[in-house]
Design a binder for this molecule. Sequence first.
Ligand code: NAD
Ligand code: FE2
Length: 380
Amino acid sequence: MNSFDIRTKIYFGDDALDRLIDIPYKKVMIITDPFIAESGMLRLITDRLAQAFIEFKVFSDVVPDPPLEKIELGVKALLECNPDAIIAVGGGSAIDSAKSIREFGSRAGGKHIALIAIPTTSGTGSEVTSFAVVTDTQNNIKYPLVSDSMLPTEAILDAELVKSVPASVTADTGMDVLTHAIEAYVSIKNNEFSAALAEKAIEICGTFLLRSYLDNNDTHARKKMHVASCLAGLAFNSASLGLNHGIAHALGARFHIPHGRANAIVLPHVIEFNSGINKHSKSKKEYPKCVEKYCNVAKLLGVNNFNEITTIRALVGWIQFMNKEMNIPLSVSQCGVDKHEYMNAVEGMAEKAIADSCTATNPRVPTKSDVCLILEHMYD
Ligand SMILES: NC(=O)c1ccc[n+]([C@@H]2O[C@H](COP(=O)([O-])OP(=O)(O)OC[C@H]3O[C@@H](n4cnc5c(N)ncnc54)[C@H](O)[C@@H]3O)[C@@H](O)[C@H]2O)c1
Ligand SMILES: [Fe+2]
């Protein structure tokens, strides 16, 4: 038996932030990062809260790839503040911090606290997922915590907030969206509902990701990517992810490569591995099942080709083209990571990638040596 639901109420479109004037809470804690707190962007939230006479406190101690120590600090602040709701404002790091702080804080305080997630990047889809990725800095591990109790109560998608995203973050987070959609689409847990959401997200990435990278003022493209990010989040919240995220988590935790960028570097390698296009070229019958799915992805991106193998080659080529056009490094060496240090870390990263909960739904079961090979190829 399978089931599908969307528990987070989504507000979107022009002036979606006006929802804040109507929220049924008296006291809220805003969780954000220092850049957003100081950028003036937060006024778009706090002005509306003030207009509705809602009391608020700001916790702005979020850092990228939230470490457990910061979550602990946030839980203390939450217990002191004792709000009815949390408003998370920021990228995946702020939203994941808020989810974890609420999870541990409401257990400690014995009180249900609502969570309103307001993404300021078009990337993680965290505003609608039951995932929160936290980092154990001492052991260089990124853990996806997964629990339905972490699902935000509401998500507000207002593209006004992503206008200021710099091009490099647009590129990284946009490739995160595409990776979520593709991994959900080929996951062993995929279903018709997740597939519909993933297909739409892939189609939007194909048309609007490069446009939003090239022109910050292309508001139409930015609005579309903001919705695609959420659609891809809904898709992988149902179908989960795969080896790509398993490797990206291990790589990001060890070498501090931004999450979306790590995914973008890994993506061509995992597509080649999953589809086994180098080994399964004898007859059509021998292709793994996901080959057909990757061919559909290629079609959605407009890179259809003569047969399955050439279509998947074209898909890999398209992803490399996108990475190049958006100045994303094509290899780990281009990220400035020392070769000796990297090669010494390969085995440890492979073990962590295999143990990562995202890897469990990959369409092809990888061995440790498969992952070591992928990681070695990714260097240059
Ligand atoms: N929970 C999930 O379902 C999920 C899914 C994928 C990734 N993640 C996690 O999310 C984190 C990455 O999130 P992210 O990619 O959104 O990046 P991020 O939240 O780390 O933000 C990246 C940078 O962009 C800046 N920024 C954010 N919004 C901005 C804006 N509007 N204008 C200018 N600058 C802005 C931030 O200050 C930060 O410096 C990672 O920890 C990753 O593992 C979570
Ligand atoms: Fe991701």
